[in-house]
Design a protein around this ligand. Sequence first.
Ligand code: AMP
Length: 403
Amino acid sequence: MVTRVNEIRFIDEVVLEKKRVFIRCDFNVPIKNGVITDDTRVVAALKSINYAIDNGAKVILGSHLGRPKGGKFEEEYSMKPVGEALAKYLKKDVLLTDMPDSDGLGKMIDDLKSNQIILLENLRFVKFEKENDTVYAKKMASHFDVYVNDAFGTAHRAEVSTEGIAHHVKEAVAGFLIKTELEKFNKMLDDYEKPFIAILGGAKVSDKIGVISELMNRVDKIIIGGAMANTFLAAKGYALGKSKIETDKIELAKEILANAESKGIEIMLPEDLTGATEFNNDAEHDVFTLEAFPEDMMALDIGEKTAEKYSKTILKAKTVFWNGPMGVFEMENFAKGTLKVAVAVTTSRSYSVIGGGDSVAAIKSLNLENKIDHVSTGGGASLEYLEGQDLPALAALRTRKNG
Ligand code: AMP
């Protein structure tokens, strides 16, 4: 079930003045040696936070960060750098708790001054968080009047701060970031122009199988690249040397190809591939046709002819959804296919949506992200949303719309 915008309530539909408002943000930022290397997610959260501050709320923020073991404080995963970034952007004192469920939290909220906000320590420092423990959800909920979920990237996970808590606070709503995600995805699902082209790449067929089946109800063509393409090419009988292939997914790939054919949907696969002797940027490499792919090489990118053909097809699209790189784009020598596709998506006059993860990194490396209609903040969440799966965080907000 896909949640539509009108099925949940948003932060601007509830009274916030003097209320204890907990905003579940996505502050899962990259940190190196205590310094945030990309603060996009902090900046993206400011709209809802500022709205709550401007409307007189007592603001308490929380997020997970990385993958701590759970059960105790771990310096490496502390929210301290996030607190410093927030203080800079909001020009407020940011009080960081020692643990998310700190004993002093109630008093801290009671005593909060108008120039202060509270940031809870990494929510995953408490092991009950990931377990979606009901007793813990009720305990956390007792500190807040209004719960605002603005973390789309974790909407597919049922944890206390993303799901459980929503059932035990007086008001449970979504923030502006989630609103934008839903509006942009809803447009692509309900109100799209044809030709609609999906571009799928990355490592695994298994990760994208659900979304391929669902997209087949709407799209005209599916362009496939990355290691995923190798499995489809193997299903068509090509031998691709040492390339990464999911042998246990070859039958599935055959079924997808047959299903697409019966629906009149074209699945475009590479016609040539860049092969390398090793999984290494400096490895010897060249472009090969499928028939002549050497036994001792591995495909690490689509070839030039394929990139050109994909690009021409994308330029004619009116709606584009893209998830996953066309090759090992982290290595300069194998990034060409992904970059060519990125340029085509941004120069096409299509309504374009990019579903998180590595394709976003590719677009950002070219400084093209503002030429995309929507760059989703959720990789896994956006795929599950498009697959039609009911994301637990959104389901909880739906049930709270009327009570
Ligand atoms: P995903 O998370 O499924 O979108 O996969 C992204 C990863 O797939 C990136 O780290 C790419 O380097 C990797 N990838 C893409 N194409 C290939 C390929 N031909 N061989 C091996 N890895 C690939």
